[in-house]
Design a protein around this ligand. Structure first.
Ligand code: G3P
Ligand code: CA
Length: 238
């Protein structure tokens, strides 16, 4: 049975990475969701893929790190998607955790590129510990130094290693990294049978991103991936 993730919530039905998007994924019966975390100026965890606001609100200059949580709560990131979402703001991680049932598997991605958030790993682990949410989840990042910091603070947390570009033998890189990696999360464009076989042979689960085409999904499942990240409800509910 694959474990498929609603990527940034159900982002075709509500503004990505917002409470309505996660609620829609939950209502669909998704087994797992993926979300991205960043830090505000006053060190609160908010959920957003982009470091800028401009894709969602052209009037807001600067980066998430330039604004306090109080200020971010006033920034509308919903209207660009649809007027019915006017007034929707970036949620905090805590607000997302509040609506997630314990049974829902989570992938929390530390969005440390291009901004490197000093201390984000510590704040994330403190939050997850306070919410008793250190299990039934994977913390992932393209920033593998961030994964190392998480491991050093809590070796029991499951880690996912993200890869954007095609690499030579990423399973060897993961095995030699000193990290106790549970899963490889490659860009789906270069995942083939060999990639999956080698990843498995080295003991890794494999979750490619982002797979919203049904034929490609079936092909990847045929290769033996453990699941995918998808924007398509018909895939992330499979
Ligand atoms: O975690 C999988 C995927 O979300 C990584 O890429 O750019 O969509 O955050 P991105
Ligand atoms: Ca992500």
């Amino acid at each position: 049975m694959p474990l498929n993730f609603a990527h940034r919530g159900s982002l075709t039905e509500a503004p990505e990475n917002t409470l309505p998007a996660f609620q829609k994924a939950i209502d669909h019966g998704a087994a797992a969701i993926e979300l991205d975390v960043q830090l505000t100026k006053d060190n609160h965890l908010v959920v957003s893929h982009d470091h800028k606001f401009t894709r969602f609100n052209k009037n807001v200059t600067g980066l998430i790190k330039d604004y306090t949580l109080e200020e971010i709560r006033e920034i509308d990131v919903g209207s660009a998607f649809g007027e019915e979402f006017a007034g929707t703001s970036l949620p905090t991680l805590e607000e997302v955790l509040d609506i997630c049932p314990e049974s829902l598997f989570l992938n929390i991605e530390v969005k440390n590129i291009p901004v490197i958030y000093e201390g984000i790993e510590h704040i994330l682990l403190d939050t997850l510990t306070a919410y008793q949410r250190t299990e039934n989840l994977i913390i992932s990042s393209f920033d593998h130094v961030a994964l190392k910091k998480v491991q050093d603070m809590n070796p029991d947390i499951d880690l996912g290693m993200l890869f954007y570009y095609r690499m030579l033998r990423p399973w060897d890189y993961a095995a030699n990294s000193g990290l106790n990696i549970r899963s490889l999360h490659p860009n789906q464009v270069y995942v083939d049978q060999t990639f999956v076989q080698e990843s498995k042979r080295h003991g890794y689960e494999i979750y490619p991103f982002t797979v919203s085409d049904f034929d490609r999904y079936e092909e990847l499942i045929g290769f033996g991936v453990d699941g995918v990240f998808s924007n398509e409800p018909g895939i992330f509910t499979k």
